[in-house]
Design a protein around this ligand. Structure first.
Ligand code: 13P
Length: 333
């Protein structure tokens, strides 16, 4: 048993309370490799933003859960080296699907876990979530749960259709499970193709897809039922068109990739939404930068010469999200 507190990590409780009161959201960035982690920590240290490092099932399969945890431990020291005296870094399990996987993360130094029972019948979701909460809280590890279904594909999480969270269920769910935060479904979805072209309109000038707005009425109804309760938005990449364009003009093929407009996320961040999950945008930044090097310098074969620019591009992206979208800069001085 390793406590995250010995590793210099923090859970989400205080982060979320401050974020709700301050009208901003904490960035939750997924990581699978060293360059991504370096970029997340550099951006957070330079902006003094609290940050949540997320480990998905796909990341655990790709990079190994043990290695990722040691990398997060190293990230705390790296943050201090960068001059961030009191880093506020949370290590979070993204989309845990069984009690056992959540327990293994709690036992191994994660400071927060998500148990995603959203695909289960309501009572089964409650029973599973409650079991994880009871275990995690013994070690002061915070627990995120999910109600409602997000469409899209993210690593091993996929659903054909979304179902908005039902506001009439949230009080019962939060009270009976004791969860610390709730991921809801209001129209976001995982991946770089969040909406089918037929769900969007087209901007007559640019020809680009314009997605339908998020269901802020559902969010408002949830906040009315659970005032001040931490709400989480998954699937919140904006799919920046400049990256899609670089990819498409440098040998890639990503037609009709579309995300959540940043102004809608800015609006959500000012409410009880206090954790915003972003993964796909960093994949796009990485891929765009690598493709560009491959096309511009076809003789290049040193991975540092293309992973380095990819890391710089991701750092730029994370800083942009922190400063311009989530409003979390300067909240972890
Ligand atoms: P995106 O695919 O929109 O980046 O969402 C990531 C996410 O929600 C991770 O849980």
């Amino acid at each position: 048993m390793v406590s995250y507190k010995e590793l210099g990590l923090v859970n989400t409780r205080e982060m979320f309370a401050k974020a709700i009161n301050g009208g901003y959201a904490i960035p939750a960035f997924n990581f699978n490799n060293m360059e991504q982690l370096q970029a997340i920590i550099k951006a957070s240290a330079e902006t003094k933003s609290p940050v949540i490092l997320q480990v998905s099932k796909g990341a655990r399969n790709y990079a190994n859960q043990t290695l990722l945890r040691y990398m997060a431990q190293g990230a705390v020291e790296y943050a201090k080296e960068l001059g961030w005296e009191h880093p506020q870094i949370c290590l979070h399990l993204d989309h845990g699907d069984t009690f056992e996987v959540c327990k293994s993360c709690v036992d191994f130094g994660f400071s927060s876990v998500m148990i995603d029972g959203s695909s289960l019948p309501y009572e089964d979701n409650i029973a599973l979530t409650k079991k994880v909460v009871e275990y995690a809280h013994q070690y002061d590890v915070t627990v995120e749960a999910e109600l409602g279904v997000l469409a899209g594909v993210e690593d091993d999480v996929q659903a054909e259709e979304s179902h908005y969270t039902k506001p009439e269920e949230v009080i019962d769910f939060a009270t009976r499970t004791g969860c610390d935060s709730l991921a809801i479904s209001i129209g976001t979805s995982h991946g770089a193709y969040k909406f089918k072209p037929e769900q969007c309109t087209r901007d007559p000038q640019t020809g680009k897809l314009v997605p339908p707005p998020l269901a802020f009425d559902v969010l408002d109804a949830i906040m009315e039922k659970l005032p001040g309760f931490p709400i989480v938005l998954h699937g919140s990449s904006s799919v920046p068109q400049e990256y899609v364009d670089i990819i498409n003009t440098h040998g890639g093929k990503m037609p009709d990739a579309v995300g959540i407009p940043e102004e809608q996320l800015r609006k959500a961040a000012k409410s009880a939404v206090c954790k915003i999950n972003i993964d796909s945008d960093s994949r796009l930044a990485f891929t765009a930068a690598v493709r560009k090097v491959f096309v511009d310098k076809p003789g290049e074969f040193d991975p540092r010469k293309y992973c380095g620019p990819a890391r710089d591009e991701m750092t730029k992206l994370y800083k942009h999200k922190i400063i311009e979208v989530l409003g979390s800069a300067g909240k972890a001085e």
